[in-house]
Design a protein around this ligand. Structure first.
Ligand code: 6PG
Length: 246
């Protein structure tokens, strides 16, 4: 898995710039194609620098953007652990996306009802691909050191969802509920970008890039959009990935 879709950056600032510019490219492509840009934001901490860089980019078609969350913790939208709160503080409160085009997950409802409501929203809002599947223009993902993406953790039943776009999942290791896009929702996306930084991710990156056929692939190895995921790695996370640093 080499080539032009794997970028290793010496500095996190360069990763942030490159990822922000790629997001703008995806937005311009989507707006030219169908007049809107439907993007699912990654949660966690790695994307913060990308979002803070993105909000400073000129010429971004924010008025055409529809912003979703790839997953959410089962907490109120103003809770310190909320991905929506992180996205607001690092990006959404600083750019002119029309209020009706920002779509948080409604964690005020029980997780399964929140997931069902979000799936209905996606069905109603997203453009369709050639197989009439709801299709994000871009899904941004982080990755945990265990190879999870969004809230698709290893050995969880959400990984087996083949029809639903969004599901609630109880994550034993975290002793908490999450609401997350499923593999079908992510893999139907026009573009998927993985934002991965830090030394603790290096071993799982090596596993992904150098693994053979896996009896039980890690969730990140199940991210298989048509064109394949695009990786944005810093030098620490990508230290086992061959290829010149970008
Ligand atoms: C979340 C994210 C999760 C995150 C990874 C990486 O809700 O936490 O969806 O999948 O992207 O855990 O997190 P960091 O970027 O903070 O390392």
């Amino acid at each position: 898995m080499q080539g032009e879709r794997v970028h290793v950056f010496d500095k996190i600032e360069t990763l942030n710039e490159a990822a922000a510019h790629r997001i703008r490219e995806c937005a311009e492509e989507a707006v030219a194609d169908h007049g809107a840009f439907h993007v699912a934001l990654a949660g966690g901490q790695t994307p913060v620098g990308v979002y803070e860089t993105l909000r400073r980019l000129d010429g971004f078609p924010w008025e055409r953007a529809h912003v979703y969350l790839g997953d959410e913790r089962n907490v109120p939208g103003d809770h310190p652990d909320s991905n929506y709160r992180m996205a607001r503080e690092s990006l959404l409160d600083h750019v002119p996306v029309p209020a009706g085009q920002v779509h948080p997950i409604d964690t005020g409802r029980p997780p399964d009802q929140a997931a069902a409501a979000y799936a209905e929203l996606l069905q109603a809002n997203l453009p369709r691909d050639g197989q009439d599947r709801p299709r994000f223009d871009l899904v941004l993902l982080g990755m945990g050191a265990d190879g999870h993406v969004a809230s698709l953790f290893p050995d969880t039943d959400i990984l087996r969802r083949r029809k639903r776009l969004v599901a609630a999942v109880y994550v034993e290791k975290l002793e908490t509920w999450r609401i997350s896009l499923t593999l079908p929702a992510i893999n139907a996306a026009r573009h998927v970008a993985l934002l991965v930084a830090g030394d603790k991710k290096a071993d799982v990156v090596r596993h992904v890039f150098h693994a053979g056929a896996e009896a039980t692939p890690l969730p990140v190895q199940l991210i298989r959009p048509e064109e394949g995921p695009e990786w944005f790695l810093d030098a620490a996370a990508g230290r086992h990935v061959t290829g010149a640093p970008a």
